[in-house]
Design a protein around this ligand. Structure first.
Ligand code: GLC
Length: 742
């Protein structure tokens, strides 16, 4: 640390620490430039520092650079690419991250004129070193506390490596599983995505986003990216106003209310205007309506892409459009740096617009405490392997996220099952369990389903593993051996699914069918006629309508993370019961997409308007999931038959565990507005609650309906509309109607 920075930081910390000898302190503090004084307001510090910056320093502050595999001991080799005056870097790759981050920060703090610390971000989506289930899987556990705790764990591990900022939670709304990034969503229900967005922001940021164990959160991808046409990535979206306000914007609004520090603008063009140049979204809604004061970062090269999208005439035009729309930090393409000075000189971009963006970057850094503590303190987690506590936590998450879709009684595997044929290309696959965005998760540390089962089998029970075919491609040499193993088994566990790169970013698929020759394997094994359980390791719902009638049970294991194997084994062996419920509708066929629980009624009933070659219903409904017990649902009771704005209406539903095992029941509360000025979804989820019920126990689930909160719907401009008339309440397979009175 250079003499100047030692003096300034020691005095700053002394002032901040309020050590004895006030007179000395005040003299020392007075010697510091205001922006270095922690006793002054953030506003004052921002104003002072901004006033000291040159335009070149301001434009560097609005640039975020990747660092790739930069060598922390030879940054000079990448001097211009990794300038110490850049506002932020994206890190996360190499295990040398901590050293690299400290080296880059030291140059920024001690090697530049103003010593402005940089921000270090990574895509910590579902875990950092210990990998949790995908967000889509976490949503299937229907427990905000689980999501919050998972984000907290990820933040602690990421912060320990020097990451200040994560590009999560992703809160896009998607009803098209062809889009690979459905894996990163919290499912298709906007209300659920809003609840989980808040839980994730709270988990990542904790009580203070700059505190040890916390990272700044980033709501992404704002907005509408999940409606990419045809499920193809990086394409445009056509979203009508009521749908935008009802389905796509609420999770972002909820995340902003929860105090998310940053928002990421998206790749998609929304109704003709790319979202990274969308002044209405980025400034009129996000800042003016919602009061968001944080930083907007573009997605990777999203500013440059404005040219290819047919919106900007050239790179300078792209930079101007993004900055004027409200994108503060330009990720990766460097267009703000390259063209900012000329744009200001020409008057196309007022200096005030640059200053406003820089001020938001500086404010974030002051609020994160980076000026006082620019360096990451080593903790026991720095560079460490997953702790036993972290592994136990993600194992619990995985077991609760998995969804038993079908079960003819073959599960849990009976003690009489003494010979198991464990088949399929996912039975001994490690990386697939971690899924996309697996950060520092290590496949070599990830127990396979086979290993987990073997470690738990009762004495005398044997397991023969045969892959049968590859995940993708045409390798089918093992099918005969798989069938042979099936024929002599008491039970077959058939593990099918996707490679980790088949979902996530740039992983759109034209078909949801199982990749490669897995269907052939499955059909051949089914012919053996043995009790068969299919375990699906996927990042999305996949097409299994040909499988379902031929097997006994289907378990959606998703990509469950570092301890997914153990979770699968415990569920199959009955050491714990499945409790997940689908947070996304499961189509019968690719051609049925989009199909979801918010479909609005067709003009005609019955088969009129349905695909004439397919059942009209999905294979498995939103909210579907089985356990190892059964529940009986009483009548849906309403406290009164009418409600007005300003009042609440109490609803109750009694549920009894009628089985022999404890089990988790999740009650979803939907509303249907059968006659509205804007036609409404067949069902809108407005509340959910899960509870563990002992055998024979009856639990009364209660919900207070607030007409303004739960029954109003947005018009094309997002204005809430509450109309008198009938509302149908649906929960637990029951329904009851009431009237909203004027
Ligand atoms: C990617 C993704 C975004 C991610 C960013 C940084 O293109 O769209 O989700 O956070 O770039 O890696």
């Amino acid at each position: 640390m250079s003499v100047r920075s030692v003096a300034s930081s020691s005095v700053a910390s002394a002032v901040a620490g309020r050590l004895a000898g006030g007179a000395v302190l005040s003299a020392m503090a007075a010697a510091l430039p205001p922006y270095r004084r922690a006793d002054l307001s953030v506003d004052a510090r921002v104003a002072d520092l901004l006033g000291r910056m040159t335009l070149a320093e301001k434009l560097d502050q609005l640039h975020q650079s990747g660092v790739g595999d930069a060598n922390p001991h030879n940054l000079a080799a990448r001097a211009d690419e990794l300038r110490p005056t850049y506002g932020a870097f994206i890190v996360g790759g190499p295990a040398t991250l901590f050293a690299l981050r400290e080296a880059l920060q030291r140059r920024a703090v001690e090697g530049t004129r103003l010593g402005i610390p940089a921000l270090f971000a990574a895509d910590v989506i579902h875990g950092y070193r210990t990998i949790a289930p995908l967000p889509l899987a976490q949503a299937c556990a229907w427990d905000p506390a689980l999501v919050r705790a998972g984000a907290r764990l990820a933040a602690a591990e990421a912060r320990a490596q020097g990451i200040d900022w994560t590009f999560a939670p992703m809160v896009d709304h998607c009803v098209d599983p062809r889009w690979g990034r459905i894996a990163e969503t919290f499912g298709e229900a906007p209300h659920a995505a809003s609840v989980f967005a808040v839980a994730a922001v709270e988990g990542f940021q904790g009580d203070a986003p700059g505190a040890p164990g916390s990272v700044a959160a980033c709501l992404k991808h704002y907005a509408g990216y999940g409606a990419s046409e045809g499920g193809r990535d990086y394409t445009y979206t056509e979203i009508a106003g009521p749908t935008l306000w009802r389905d796509h914007l609420p999770p972002f609004a909820a995340g902003v209310r929860a105090g998310a520090c940053t928002v990421m603008s998206a790749f998609n063009d929304l109704n003709g205007v790319p979202t990274s140049a969308h002044h209405f979204l980025l400034t009129e809604v996000l800042r003016a309506q919602w009061g968001f004061g944080g930083v907007v970062v573009s997605d990777w090269n999203a500013v440059l892409q404005l040219v290819r999208q047919g919106h900007a005439a050239d790179e300078a035009d792209a930079a101007a459009r993004a900055l004027l729309a409200g994108v503060d930090l330009d990720m990766a393409d460097g267009l703000y740096r390259a063209h900012g000075a000329a744009l200001v000189a020409s008057g196309r971009v007022p200096l005030a617009a640059v200053d406003a963006a820089v001020a938001r970057m500086l404010r974030l850094k002051f609020e994160l405490g980076l000026f006082e503590q620019p360096y990451a303190g080593r903790t026991p987690l720095t560079g460490a392997a997953p702790t036993p506590e972290a592994l136990a936590q993600v194992e619990e998450m995985a077991a609760r996220a998995m969804v038993l879709l079908q079960n003819d009684g073959v599960l849990p595997l009976a003690p009489t099952v003494r010979r198991i044929a464990l088949l399929g290309p996912l039975a001994e696959h490690r990386a697939a369990l971690l899924g996309s965005w697996a950060q520092q998760g290590r496949p070599e540390e990830t127990e396979t389903i086979a290993e987990a089962l073997r470690a738990r089998l009762p004495a005398g029970t044997t397991l023969e593993a045969v892959a049968g075919c590859s995940v993708a491609g045409d390798e089918i040499g093992g099918i005969a051996a798989a069938v042979a193993a099936a024929r002599v088994a008491d039970a077959v566990v058939l593990c099918l699914g996707e490679e980790p790169w088949m979902s996530g970013e740039n992983a759109s698929r034209s078909s949801l069918r199982l990749p490669g020759r897995q269907e052939e394997l499955a059909l051949a094994v089914a012919v053996a006629g043995r009790p068969t359980v299919v375990v699906l390791v996927t990042g999305r719902p996949v097409e299994i309508q040909m499988l379902v009638p031929r097997v006994g049970a289907v378990l959606a294991a998703w990509q469950g993370g570092t301890r997914a194997g153990a979770a699968v084994a415990d569920l199959l062996l009955g050491r714990r019961a499945p409790e997940g419920r689908l947070a996304v509708t499961w189509p019968r066929a690719t051609g049925q997409v989009p199909i979801h629980h918010q479909l609005r009624p067709r003009a005609r009933a019955g088969r009129e308007g349905a695909y004439q070659d397919l059942e009209d219903s999905p294979l498995f409904e939103f909210g579907h999931g089985l356990g190892y017990t059964t529940f009986a649902h009483g009548e849906l009771r309403l406290a009164q038959p009418t409600v007005r704005a300003g009042e609440t209406l109490a609803a109750e539903l009694a549920v009894t565990n009628t089985g022999a095992r404890a089990g988790v029941e999740t009650i979803f509360w939907f509303v249907r507005d059968p006659a509205a000025s804007l036609t409404q979804p067949g069902r809108r989820l407005r509340h959910f609650e899960r509870a563990v019920l002992a055998p024979g126990e009856t639990r009364v689930f209660r919900w207070e309906i607030s007409p303004e909160r739960d029954l109003a719907f947005p018009d094309a401009d997002g204005r809430p509309v509450l109309e008198p008339g009938e509302i149908v309440l649906l929960a637990g397979g029951r329904s009851a109607s009431f009237q909203v009175q004027p």
